[in-house]
Design a protein around this ligand. Structure first.
Ligand code: GLY
Ligand code: MN
Ligand code: MN
Length: 487
């Protein structure tokens, strides 16, 4: 900016300054990595030590020369905002110094794949104090160890991410405290993160709407997946937060059905659980859609209305301090009442049915989970995937337990009740003591309905909550389908 010269006594004199502002990047738009590093250190509760994080390396598929699609490690992203391969990060807690290490320049890589980040580019783009090439990492670590390691450890996430400091034999490490500290930090989202989750939800809403507009023309589940994905990619959301689930008919009762390749003909509903990712942040959205201008059967409509009631009641109860367990119990009681009214559950005491586990035959997963950098995001009770459970266990929304802590402002959680009529689950229930509560002749009439799940992402606020999911559901969803058929 150049301030104009002033005229004094007919002469042009410089009575002001020339100011030259060079804008090298908008700080306000940078991922708040430094704030996250300080937050993680506060949760660690120490005033010294070095946090050392390894970014996702480039890895080829087994027995192949093709690289696996890159997905940044989320703990690394949280402290860096860097979505590039082969990077490292240190945060010196005492001196509040966040350093990013980027790959050394590699001519062959640059020619084939494009250049990796230069130090200047990285410094401009990310909210870190220093950027250095990988070649400096060993020396920097060695000198930190010499000065500080006697009194403070290097904090690492996992034993497998130990720094290899060749010249130093004894390195004091702590691989226990960093992960719970970062989980506690990640559980509460800041404004930047909420913006990302909101944006992911906006794109998911567009894609769900597109499916509703075209569903009457579709003949196979593949087309639903294809249109959802195409819409997200066209809006620059290249990645999905998880594999798309587009289950029609009986497939709607398979909670994580991902084959998505069966004909829609003769099916009543399709359960579409699909959410775009935006800048590494997830959305998680489920809509259950009738295949036709209206509900294909009374049975289908009744189950939709029941799940709608479970969801609306639970969302309305959200405020700070409320636990997921209490919301989940509330959803079960609504399901029990609804299934009793429909004759699927017998005329027994509600509490007795609840404690028998009979409602869990039809609503077998938890009510919801945190959403953030992971679709099943971390919390102080760390999630199944990271606890090393089997992949199939990790996919399910775990049941909230009595020890689940109260909701706090800044948390984003899904509320995703469902009622399903799985042939396998019903057959299994016949063999259990809870069988006496179920009217199987009625239950099997719903098998062709498959199941209904409705899922929104809810931000807990100081005043209560805000629903971040804007994909049409209920009457609005039906209207869109009807209008599209009429046109
Ligand atoms: N889309 C996975 C889930 O709802 O948890
Ligand atoms: Mn979910
Ligand atoms: Mn989902």
């Amino acid at each position: 900016m150049r301030v104009p010269l002033a005229v004094h006594d007919g002469c042009l004199v410089p009575d002001t300054y020339d100011i030259c502002l060079t804008i090298t990047g908008n700080e306000a738009d940078k991922y708040p990595a430094k704030q996250h590093a300080r937050r993680a250190a506060r949760k660690l509760g120490v005033s010294a030590g070095l946090i050392y994080l390894v970014g996702q390396p480039t890895i080829n598929w087994g027995d192949s020369d093709q690289p696996r699609p890159f997905r940044q490690r989320r703990y690394f992203y949280y402290l860096s905002g860097v979505d590039e391969a082969d990077c490292y990060l240190t945060y010196d807690i005492q001196s509040d110094l966040l350093t990013l290490y980027v790959p050394d320049f590699d001519l062959r890589h640059a020619i084939w794949m494009g250049p990796t980040l230069t130090i200047d580019e990285a410094q401009c783009r990310y909210d870190v104090d220093r950027v250095r090439y990988f070649a400096s990492l060993q020396g920097d670590l060695a000198s930190w160890i010499d000065k500080h390691n006697a009194s403070s450890p290097i904090y690492i996430l996992h034993d497998s991410q130990k720094p290899h400091v060749l010249s130093r034999k004894h390195v004091r490490l702590d691989d226990q405290r960093l992960r719970p500290a970062m989980d506690a930090a990640r559980m509460i989202k800041d404004d930047y993160e909420i913006r990302m989750i909101r944006k992911a939800n906006q794109i998911s809403a567009l894609a769900h709407r597109k499916v509703l507009e075209q569903i009457h023309r579709m003949t196979n589940e593949t087309e639903i997946e294809g249109l959802f994905l195409a819409t997200c990619v066209a809006h620059e959301a290249k990645h999905q937060s998880y594999e798309i689930i587009a289950g029609s008919g009986k497939n709607a009762a398979i909670l994580h059905y991902v084959k998505n390749n069966e004909p829609l003909h003769g099916r009543q509903l399709v359960c579409l659980d699909a959410g775009a990712e935006w800048d590494c942040y997830a959305s998680d959205v489920t809509r259950t859609i009738p295949l036709g201008a209206d509900w294909p059967s009374e049975h289908a409509r009744n189950i939709y209305r029941l799940v709608e009631k479970m969801q609306e009641t639970c969302i309305a109860q959200i405020q700070r301090g409320v636990t997921m367990k209490s919301l989940q119990d509330s959803a079960h009681f609504i399901a029990i009442q609804g299934l009793k009214d429909l004759g699927v559950l017998g005329d027994y005491d509600m509490l007795e049915i609840f404690h028998s586990g009979a409602s869990a035959v039809f609503f077998p997963h938890g009510l919801g989970h945190h959403v953030g950098l992971e679709v099943h995001d971390v919390s102080v009770q760390s999630n199944a995937a990271l606890a090393g459970e089997s992949p199939s266990q990790a996919l399910l929304v775990p049941m909230a337990t009595a020890s689940s802590p109260g909701l706090e402002p800044g948390m984003v959680v899904t509320i995703e009740p469902g009622v399903y009529f799985s042939e396998l689950a019903i057959a299994n229930a016949r063999k259990l003591p809870l069988a006496k509560y179920i009217n199987f002749d009625e239950a099997v009439k719903y098998i062709s309905v498959g199941g209904v799940r409705i899922e929104d992402d809810i931000l807990v606020t100081h005043a209560g909550y805000e629903n971040l999911t804007t994909a049409p559901k209920g009457e609005e969803m039906l209207e869109i389908i009807r209008r599209s058929i009429d046109n």
